[in-house]
Design a protein around this ligand. Structure first.
Ligand SMILES: Nc1ncnc2c1ncn2[C@@H]1O[C@H](COP(=O)(O)OP(=O)(O)OP(=O)(O)O)[C@@H](O)[C@H]1O
Length: 832
């Protein structure tokens, strides 16, 4: 540190003149130590590093998430040759890098090659890293896992205890998972993820291992998420406000997300990306929501919601502790979080223990939390720490620190006395002097530079050692300041060192209890999500869905579209019943704007919400076994993919045709409109006939179409598998009234002209459209618009023809050029 940057932590001044700086200047906080205070929860964008192995139809996946410094792993799971499960995981977590073995199966190589070539992949193409196959060896991977340095394992554990503990978390019998975990650890260590700039002996922080299972997953692709408006990213008006410049628009996630803590929101997003068929899990979520919906539990819900606001970003704090980068605010946040967690525990202990979540919170929020709060509360001097901008401890923790602080407190007045004495010995031209203290340098005499002190040689003063010039002040060591150094030493630094040591010990105590803190976060975010879903269910009048694995399809009474019902003045609910004698293919026809698309989406959304474990916008809903939701609904998104609209339509339908099973829900809106009518209709009919030919294996299909000919021309086989539905309307003179009510039957006309009128197309055009349409229907030729040949034009033509007839071509005086330019050309402009 150069002298000009040298910061004094305290000093005292003696001045000969009254105008000089006051001799009783209070200790000035060291500005060099003032850290840039970030917001508590400010986070670097999370990065995910994934390691994957595929062997004999089995997948082993493990990934490291920098946002919570946790390793997530999926126990060995079967995946087919097109690696759909892996694709699903990649879509969900968008890893920054994908690590795998250089010795790979052909399928995996092709899969990764394709991934690497996706130039427009959003948000970013992952980096693909091949490590030598030996890095994934089973034994070496096990060793790496067992010998890791994990702060959540207390130092007091013996090696055997540690192995037992780890084998209760990591499934060592899942060979691919273990090898993937081993490869991941190798990669993390090699790249020094998150600790690139740290000392080499600081290892990558690992705060826990978490299992994730995608076994009961309901498959939903990205298009479906977008067209059903489950998520909707919109550019944020302020790009500085959020890291990716995006905010949630009107979406299902947006209206249900009432989470109070960030981790709750994160978990809700995760549940949305992983709809499940695990009925036990779904029912356990619904039990909690149902409990909070009871009027007598409203107060409790509000109390819990308030407490959850204080549950903050514990993983970030733990990571900073691991790296010894803990900030003053971290201690406060941690204290509040743990304190609120204890509040949650006490509240949950008073709730029915038959509900698993309450039981878990009551039991798993252990006394370790008490220990943490009492330690932090007893040791950390929050006020002092904030003032000093560094960790300081309360009195009576360490008598040595207390003693040093007492001496330090008395120092300014003592130094003032010293300064006065020093001033007496100085040249009388020097008006004032101060004694200052600079950490690591010691005590110095500071004298203002006199106008006569120009050259460096002028700075020399007898009996003093010149040190440096800074801000027009000359600094010297005198015999007295040397004495002070010996007497008081680096008092300030000593206090700081001792307090830092105490902070380190406190950190270790907290880190040894990291497991309970991670659990707090897991359970608190679960509670937060369920309270959020309960709050939405209460406000919007949702009901609890029932799951019936024996049921084919879904049965919904008075279902509503969760977003549309918030925008429409009155929303008309509609029932849904598919499977059994109600047919597998529902063909919904109806005039434009009669509510077909909304109905289709509502079926998808209600089913989705039930599979997430939320209450649903319906009077009753019974959900059968649903393994996937496919959609072919028009979205605006085609530019970034560089595909034509029709090509996108075809892609989506192809996905459904190739993957839908008898348990899948397929929603098709206006398929075939992107090409000429006949081809489009033929394609739609062909796709539906393909599914119908599967008989009982046919998926549950809802098709909304304006191709009335699909039914009129009997393009679909007749039978119990097909049911025709339409939206009720009634003609009132020229007006068409929409009832938005679903009923059996087929629409008799598209009433496109009515929609056109609503869109304010000129009447003349609408009338012409109707005329042409009627002519086509009745098989008559289409004549050009009569209006075009106006009467006046006819008259002009006749006059011109007459002029030509009167021409005497035998007449020698006739000048044809003059005739053309005077008679014909002017008339031509009125005719053409
Ligand atoms: N159940 C309903 N209750 C009240 N209003 C509804 C309902 N369903 C639809 N609407 C209203 O009708 C409008 C049009 O609905 P929708 O887009 O579903 O029509 P559509 O039949 O699919 O039309 P198109 O064939 O032109 O695509 C909606 O924006 C909404 O305002």
């Amino acid at each position: 540190m150069g002298p000009s940057q040298a910061m004094t932590s305290l000093g005292a001044t003696a001045a000969r003149t009254p105008q000089g700086p006051g001799p009783w200047a209070a200790p000035v906080p060291d500005p060099g130590e003032v850290e840039e205070e970030e917001e508590d929860d400010a986070e670097e964008p999370a990065e995910i590093h994934l390691c994957v192995l595929w062997h004999s139809g089995c997948l082993g996946i493990a990934y490291y998430d920098t946002s919570d410094s946790t390793i997530h792993f999926m126990p060995d799971a079967p995946d087919n040759e097109s690696l759909r499960l892996l694709q699903r995981v990649l879509d969900e977590i968008s890893p920054r890098s994908i690590v795998t073995s250089a010795k790979q199966d052909e399928n995996m190589t092709q899969f990764l090659g394709k991934l690497a070539s996706q130039e427009h992949r959003e948000p970013k193409r992952p980096e693909i890293i091949f490590l030598p196959n030996v890095d994934f060896g089973l034994e070496i991977s096990k060793q790496r896992l067992l010998s890791g340095n994990y702060s959540f394992i207390p130092d007091s554990m013996t090696t055997t205890e540690k192995i037992l503990f780890l084998s209760s978390i990591i499934p060592f019998d899942c060979l691919l998972t273990v090898r993937a975990l081993g490869g991941l650890l190798k990669f993390l260590g090699q790249r020094r993820i998150t600790v690139e700039l740290e000392d080499y002996n600081v290892s990558v922080p690992i705060l826990g291992f978490k299992k994730f299972v995608l076994a009961h997953l309901v498959s939903i692709d990205q298009d479906t998420y977008s067209v059903l408006q489950i998520f909707k990213n919109e550019p944020h008006p302020s790009v500085y406000k959020v890291a990716n410049g995006l905010k949630e628009g009107l979406s299902l996630f947006g209206i249900l997300n009432r989470c109070r803590c960030k981790w709750g929101e994160k978990l809700l997003r995760l549940w949305f990306t992983r709809p499940t068929q695990d009925l036990q899990e779904l029912n356990s979520r619904l039990d909690v929501i149902q409990f909070f919906l009871l009027p007598q539990n409203l107060d409790m819900a509000q109390t819990l919601h308030r407490l959850l606001r204080h549950i903050r970003n514990v993983p970030l704090i733990l990571r900073r502790m691991e790296l010894s980068h803990t900030k003053v605010s971290d201690w406060q946040v941690l204290y509040k979080t743990v304190y609120s967690a204890l509040g949650l525990r006490d509240a949950c202990r008073s709730l029915p223990q038959s509900i698993q979540l309450f039981k878990d919170i009551a039991q798993e929020f252990s006394d370790d939390l008490h220990h943490i709060t009492s330690l932090i509360g007893k040791v950390v001097d929050f006020e002092g720490s904030l003032n000093a901008n560094r960790f300081t401890v309360l009195p009576n923790i360490d008598p040595e620190i207390d003693e040093k602080k007492r001496r330090l407190m008395g120092l300014p007045s003592f130094l003032t006395e010293v300064a006065w004495k020093e001033l007496e010995n100085l040249d009388s031209r020097i008006p004032s002097c101060s004694v200052i203290y600079i950490p690591l340098i010691g005590f110095l005499l500071s004298i203002p530079r006199l106008p006569s002190m120009v050259e460096a040689s002028d700075f020399e003063i007898e009996g003093l050692d010149f040190m440096f010039l800074s801000e027009e002040k000359l600094h010297y060591r005198s015999a007295r300041t040397k004495e002070l150094d010996a007497l008081l030493g680096d008092l300030h630094c000593d206090i700081r060192d001792q307090e830092t040591l105490l902070m380190y010990q406190l950190q270790c105590q907290v880190l040894a209890r990291a497991a309970v803190l991670t659990r707090v976060l897991d359970l608190a975010s679960r509670l937060d999500v369920l309270l959020a879903l309960a709050s939405a269910a209460r406000e919007y009048g949702y009901s609890r869905p029932r799951y019936n694995p024996q049921l084919l399809g879904v049965r919904i009474q008075n279902g509503r579209h969760p977003l549309m019902e918030l925008c429409a003045r009155t929303f008309v609910p509609n029932p849904t019943e598919c499977g059994g004698d109600k047919g597998r293919v529902k063909v919904i026809t109806g005039p434009n704007s009669s509510g077909k698309s909304i109905y289709l989406k509502q079926v998808g959304l209600i089913t989705f919400m039930a599979l997430v474990g939320s209450f649903v916008p319906a009077e009753e809903a019974e959900i059968g076994a649903v393994d996937a939701i496919f959609t072919r609904i028009h979205s605006c998104e085609s530019i970034s993919l560089g595909l034509s609209t029709f090509m996108m339509d075809l892609n989506q339908v192809a996905k459904a045709v190739n993957n839908a099973t008898q348990q899948s829900l397929v929603l098709i809106d206006e398929f075939g409109k992107g090409t000429n009518t006949v081809d489009g209709l033929a394609l739609l009919a062909a796709v539906l006939r393909h599914w119908l030919a599967l008989g009982p294996m046919c998926p549950h299909i809802f098709v909304a179409t304006n191709f009335l000919s699909l039914i009129q021309l009997r393009l679909l086989p007749q039978g119990p598998l097909v049911q025709c539905l339409t939206m009720e309307t009634c003609e009132d003179g020229n007006d068409l009234v929409f009832f938005y009510k679903l009923c059996e039957g087929v629409a008799n006309a598209s009433h496109a002209s009515h929609t056109a009128a609503q869109a304010r197309l000129p009447d003349r055009l609408i009338a012409r459209g109707k005329e042409v349409s009627d002519l086509i229907c009745s098989g008559k030729p289409i004549m050009p618009v009569k209006e075009l040949l106006k009467e006046k034009q006819m008259e002009n033509c006749q006059t011109l023809v007459e002029k030509f007839l009167k021409l005497d071509l035998e007449d020698a005086s006739l000048d044809l050029d003059i005739f053309m330019s005077r008679e014909v050309l002017p008339a031509a402009t009125t005719i053409l």
